[in-house]
Design a protein around this ligand. Structure first.
Ligand code: ZN
Length: 294
């Protein structure tokens, strides 16, 4: 099943839904960052949540979810934006090798590698100041943290299920389901939504069994009449360019840049989000270092 996102809503019930298959997206993040299995689950869940939220973007808006925690992974973030009628997303983790034994329930110990801390959500608009919301992490399992952010910061009670099925060979399945209860929602419909969410099998089980985004939608929305059906492709992409990497290099300071130039005729800097490599000749590093002289 190829990656896709599906957004729809039930005006009668007052509930908006997004579902998505993100197996290839998470696979791409895993291979670019050489993520260990538990780090794959953490980053995979976060980039999936970000992509699902990305379906609500317009124009050149962007959304980023940043987790700061005291666990092994040392923080992780994901970002989504619109590209060619679909959603593009990228992610990174400070420590891609973060890994722990499976937890007591036999699942990836995502809460363990994330630790306790906070989640920051930033929405950048075409015009005006970005919106920034910060909430303490609820559990570090990411789906619950995103639901907690939506409830606390945006006053949208939500159900969020995210899943990544990974093994040492790679990512077998990934995806997610999100349901947002809009103001004035029908009480009976909310009760029915909660009942369906409780009865929902793990998302990874559904996707590994061949479920499409449409199947996930049916699993959570049941027989509700849905409107504004929108299917969007999703893929891993990046916003880096040489100029941004130069700015990052300037952060090293003049002494370090001169040292690098002296040691190597040619240096490499990799984008922290996509790992694309940018080459810098010694003379170019010298030129960057000389910016500090002014
Ligand atoms: Zn990049």
């Amino acid at each position: 099943m190829s990656d896709e996102l599906l957004a729809a809503s039930s005006p009668e019930a007052g509930i908006a839904f997004v579902t998505g298959i993100t197996t290839t997206l998470v696979r791409e993040a895993q291979s670019r960052h050489a993520l260990a299995p538990t780090a794959t689950a953490a980053v995979g869940r976060l980039i999936t949540a970000t992509a699902l939220l990305g379906t609500a973007l317009k124009g050149s808006e962007r959304i980023s979810l940043q987790i700061s925690g005291d666990g092994l992974i040392g923080g992780l973030s994901a970002e989504a934006w619109l590209l060619d009628g679909g959603v593009a997303a990228r992610a990174r983790a400070r420590n891609p090798l973060a890994d722990l034994p499976l937890n007591a329930r036999g699942k990836f110990d995502v809460a363990g590698v994330v630790g306790s801390g906070s989640m920051q959500v930033t929405k950048s608009y075409d015009i005006g100041q970005p919106y920034v919301g910060v909430v303490p992490l609820f559990s570090g399992e990411i789906a619950e943290d995103v639901a907690s952010y939506l409830a606390q910061s945006e006053q949208i009670p939500s159900i969020v299920a995210l899943g990544v099925l990974a093994n040492p060979e790679g990512v077998a399945a990934a995806g997610g389901i999100m349901a947002q209860v809009l103001p004035g929602a029908d009480e009976a419909a909310i009760a029915e939504l909660e009942r369906r969410a409780m009865a929902l099998p793990p998302v990874t089980q559904l996707i590994a069994g061949g479920a499409t985004a449409e199947d996930l939608m049916h699993a959570i929305a049941g027989d509700l009449k849905l409107r504004a059906h929108r299917i969007m492709p999703v893929h891993f992409d990046c916003l880096c360019n040489r100029e941004k990497v130069e700015i990052a290099l300037l952060g090293l300071g003049a002494d370090e840049l001169r040292h690098m130039a002296k040691e190597n005729p040619q240096s490499e800097a990799a984008c922290e989000f996509c790992k694309k490599r940018y080459e810098f000749a010694a003379a170019e590093l010298e030129a960057l270092a000389s910016k500090f002289d002014a």
